[in-house]
Ligand binder design. Structure first.
Ligand code: NAD
Length: 349
């Protein structure tokens, strides 16, 4: 692959996972330059160029039909993440996990490997969903600090953008009664987001993470067929709860998450929103509602937020020396990388 010129002020990013979100992130990075994409890893292998992966569109096209191993100059490997880290962990500044988290330990185990067996000391951002997984990660806080890694977890849409919105909205109140998250997702084919849909099915009655991990694609097809492609999700085990508790906003049991996913239609079946109900210091009860525009896709809301937290993470890590585990409810996302505003404050005003 031909070399591209890197923007020296931007971090060198590796995307772990080249499925639905991973591929969409490559496209987003072309429009919102928050990082130099230098590596992509999937189950089949990895592709790495310290000078930047040049033809993102080629990657996108190749991956639609094939896998990383099919890309020119890629390294084929059945232990792609381990091999990639062994050779390149000091050559990257940031990692985005666009990986499935099936079972719950999958991403915590990769993180353990990064801490114990690599020299990486940059920023990790994920779009993790499960409460149990975030709890597991929180146990790594001091080890992450020792390795000078800043890990921002729960940085997708929910958890992520909606959790952060709840944390901001809570400021009107002295007590929070409830945080109610409802999401609507519309996609035309579940195979574009295999892990996302499997993980959603795991929340349905009579299913769990272990069971869906073992299901074949035909079984998933059949399950979706039986439901006319619609997944109705209630009382989900979503980390928005523990994240808002860790941030001191409210107890986890005051947070509920549910939604509807249409796997056959890109239109959202319901508008995604978060309602924060609380009491003001004057004793009045009120509800703030934050609703996402129906035109925004899951990929725009998840990956956009991931980039916002990547920007924030790089700023906090590089300029303020912050490391350890933080969640999206504790840190404000940044729309742009640190150096993009070259004007002084006086010029802006
Ligand atoms: P996907 O199934 O489309 O892609 C997963 C990718 O990971 C594939 O490229 C696969 O090859 C790779 N992979 C799997 N096992 C691997 C391994 N052992 N080593 C290297 N690579 C491996 O996934 P997706 O639908 O894009 O979802 C990614 C994650 O994003 C999921 O965990 C999902 O829950 C999460 N997500 C979060 C939100 C949110 O709002 N927080 C929303 C949507 C998705």
């Amino acid at each position: 692959m031909a070399t591209v010129s890197l923007k020296s002020e931007l971090p060198k990013l590796a995307i772990f996972g080249a499925g639905g979100l991973g591929i969409e992130m490559v496209k987003l990075l072309k429009k919102r330059q928050a990082a130099n994409l230098v590596a992509m890893v999937d189950q089949s292998g990895y592709v790495f160029d310290e000078n930047g992966l040049n033809d993102e569109q080629l990657i996108v096209n190749s991956l639609r039909a094939k896998s990383i191993a099919a890309i020119e100059n890629s390294v084929q490997s059945s232990k792609s993440i381990s091999e990639f880290l062994e050779r390149n962990s000091t050559k990257i500044d940031a990692i985005f996990y666009a990986l499935p988290n099936l079972p719950n330990e999958f991403i915590p185990n990769i993180t353990k490997e990064i801490i114990n067996q690599s020299e990486f000391n940059g920023v990790i951002v994920d779009a993790l969903k499960r409460t149990k997984a975030v709890k597991m990660l929180s146990e790594f806080n001091s080890q992450l600090q020792e390795k000078n890694i800043l890990y921002l977890t729960g940085c997708g849409a929910t958890p992520g953008m909606l959790t952060s919105a709840a944390a901001v909205a809570a400021q009107s109140f002295v007590e929070i009664e409830s945080v109610k998250i409802t999401f609507g997702v519309g996609i035309s084919n579940w195979k574009a987001y295999r892990a996302t849909i499997r993980e959603d099915i795991a929340h349905l009655k009579n299913f769990n993470v272990e069971k869906v991990s073992q299901m074949t694609e035909e079984q998933i097809d059949k399950e979706l067929e039986d439901r006319n492609g619609i997944l109705e999700l209630v009382d989900m085990e979503h980390a928005d709860d523990i994240m808002l508790e860790m941030a001191g906003i409210c107890d986890a049991d005051k947070v509920t998450v549910g939604g509807i996913v249409d796997t056959r239609n890109p239109q959202k079946p319901v508008s995604t929103n978060v309602k924060i109900t609380g009491f003001t210091y004057e004793g009045k009860k009120s509800t703030h509602t934050f609703t996402l525009g129906d035109e925004t896709t899951m990929a725009a809301n998840v990956n956009g937020t991931v980039l916002g937290f990547l920007n924030a993470g790089v700023n906090l890590h590089k300029n303020y020396g912050i490391s350890g585990l933080r969640t999206a409810a504790e840190v404000m996302p940044r729309f742009n990388p640190v150096k993009i505003h070259k004007k002084s404050l006086a010029e802006i005003i």
